[in-house]
Design a protein around this ligand. Structure first.
Ligand SMILES: CC(C)(COP(=O)(O)OP(=O)(O)OC[C@H]1O[C@@H](n2cnc3c(N)ncnc32)[C@H](O)[C@@H]1OP(=O)(O)O)[C@@H](O)C(=O)NCCC(=O)NCCS
Length: 175
């Protein structure tokens, strides 16, 4: 998929360089990068939501999981993890270092992950109050489909979102 908004001109006419232009490389993760991804997780998520090394190791090893990272030189600035289940692709985790946000890194990671997971529609779960992530997903064509109450803890609902990749979905006939 081509990027048509790599260069963003701000209101003050200064040109901000977006992720694909700024020397940020997106690649599959390697074993030796996993510790850095763990540090990234801790900086990006509140503690219960950050994946630790052992979880990352399992995800890295599973054959049906796609695990990609964004790096600026040697610095780990983002990661995205997904898999395929029951003929449907799933975004399991995506995060970006707080110091490089709003530069298109997550958009690029999400698009690359979708490309690496071409099976079926794409689903994900996002916390109801995570406005940044919800905006990202809406911008990338995901729509809210249902709510799981207390998914992230008491009073913290999760929203399932889905991106349809079926060009002409067959009409559902209720009998
Ligand atoms: C959500 C997250 C991954 C976005 O990363 P990012 O690299 O800053 O996202 P992008 O720069 O690609 O932003 C793409 C779009 O998402 C929306 N967006 C991103 N951050 C936003 C914010 N703080 N407020 C409102 N909209 C936001 C905007 O529409 C943005 O486009 P724009 O910058 O042209 O306005 C990042 O904030 C993050 O790591 N958050 C913590 C981890 C997390 O919540 N992950 C998602 C779990 S479901």
């Amino acid at each position: 998929m081509a990027f048509n908004h790599d260069l963003l001109v701000s209101a003050s006419s200064t040109v901000q360089v977006r992720a694909s232009e700024s020397g940020i490389a997106v690649t599959p993760v390697s074993f030796r990068m996993l510790r850095q991804v763990g540090e990234l997780q801790r900086s990006a998520f509140r503690p219960p939501l950050a994946y630790g090394f052992s979880t990352l190791l399992v995800l890295w090893a599973l054959p049906n999981v796609r695990f990609i990272v964004a790096r600026s030189g040697e610095r780990m600035v983002g990661c995205a993890i997904g898999d395929v289940q029951n003929g449907q692709s799933r975004v399991i985790n995506i995060c970006v270092d707080p110091t490089v946000r709003r530069n298109g890194v997550a958009t690029r990671l999400l698009r690359e992950l979708e490309r690496a997971l071409p099976t079926g529609d794409v689903v994900l779960m996002v916390e109801h109050d995570n406005h940044a992530a919800k905006e990202l997903y809406l911008q990338e064509g995901y729509l809210p489909i249902s709510v799981s109450r207390d998914y992230y803890g008491r009073g913290l609902n999760g929203v399932w979102m889905q991106k349809s990749r079926t060009p002409n979905p067959p009409q559902k006939i209720r009998i």
